[in-house]
Write a protein that binds this ligand. Structure first.
Ligand code: XMP
Length: 319
């Protein structure tokens, strides 16, 4: 049984041996895996690493700022920030089908990453936060939605014309080991213990067509929900929690006026493997507080519902 410190030491030595004096690029998503990979590689080779962080407009409230603060400001990692919100929203305009949205988001992400990579002609390596379960999964049958994306920008390799070698320092590690070394490397607790966030982000949590107005509403509702889960101590007992934007309007009343606004659904599940999941029995008083805050603080929402469906037959995400 290796300690996190030993795993780090071993990985650092191996990265140095592999890479030598060459340069590495890494697509940083802000998720646990790419974050741990970035800090590990930075520990090994410092300035020879450049991270590319793409803001696709489908991230959570404050997420781009947090990622830049953690990596660029605090750790001194070179991060190229790409604001691609308009490009993603334009590409998604008029598209309602979940799988088409996933494809568009995945493809555009790859395009943008490649554009940035060609601006770094010294790079010889592409680093990825592939972990052991990803390796297993993509070797198996290609079922399930997560694969479509993961085969895109996690394990699928590279187009021939990008002659980069793959650097995957987490390839032999399980999630709990990745988290342990993330903590040892000094990443913020909240980053290391974050619930998983799908590659397409809010793109699959806004049902149907994605619009900036919807994303802005969802971001604010989701931030309140997650903040309340942290405060009440539920967050660490839940495997995954998030808000979903429903593009339907319902009637409400506020003061002496009638309102006609959108609906937010709250999801929280417990699961070991994300293949099956049960809905989290959230206490009524917590639901009441969260609902009140969202309706009072998020303009455009007058109704909040709690999802009591388990997987199967429902999935964790709504799309
Ligand atoms: P479902 O909704 O299939 O989700 O029950 C199971 C787990 O997979 C995540 N998920 C995705 N992750 N790209 C990803 O990277 C995707 O397209 C995708 N779809 C679902 C989901 O958040 C949950 O953790």
């Amino acid at each position: 049984q290796w300690t996190p410190g030993q795993i780090i030491e071993d990985a650092v030595a191996r990265i140095r041996r592999q890479v030598g004096r060459e340069h590495v690029i890494l697509g940083l998503s802000g998720g646990v895996d790419s974050s741990v990979a970035a800090s590990l590689i930075h520990r090994a080779i410092g300035d020879q690493l450049t991270c590319v962080f793409v803001n696709n407009g489908l991230l959570r409230l404050g997420e781009p700022e947090q990622v830049l603060a953690t990596f660029a400001e605090n750790m001194g990692v070179k991060v190229v920030y790409v604001d691609a919100e308009d490009r993603f929203l334009k590409a998604l305009k008029g598209v309602a089908d979940p799988e088409r949205k996933r494809k568009i988001i995945g493809n555009l992400f790859v395009d943008i990453f490649e554009e940035e990579a060609t601006k770094l002609p010294d790079a010889r390596w592409l680093a990825q936060g592939t972990i052991y379960p990803d390796v297993i999964e993509s070797a198996g049958a290609k079922t399930g939605k997560a694969h479509t994306i993961k085969s895109h920008h996690n394990v699928g390799g590279l187009p021939d014309y990008m002659k980069l070698k793959l650097l995957e320092p987490l390839r032999e590690l399980f999630k709990d080991e990745v988290r342990a070394i993330g903590e040892e490397l000094g990443l913020p607790h909240q980053m290391v213990w974050r619930h998983p966030f799908p590659g397409p982000g809010l793109g699959v949590r806004i049902l149907g067509e994605v619009k900036k107005e919807y994303a802005d509403i969802l971001r604010r509702a989701d931030a309140i929900y997650i903040e309340e889960l942290y405060k009440s101590g539920h967050y660490d007992k839940i495997s995954q929690a998030f808000a979903v934007f429903l593009p339907v309007k319902s009637v409400g009343v506020m003061g002496d006026g009638r309102t006609y606004e959108y609906v937010i659904a709250l999801r929280a599940v417990e699961t070991r493997d994300f293949m099956t999941a049960s809905w989290y029995p959230m206490p009524y008083e917590d639901l009441a507080r969260i609902s009140n805050r969202i309706i009072n603080e998020v303009k455009g929402v007058n109704r909040v519902t709690y999802d009591i469906s388990s997987k199967p037959p429902a999935t964790i995400e709504w799309e």
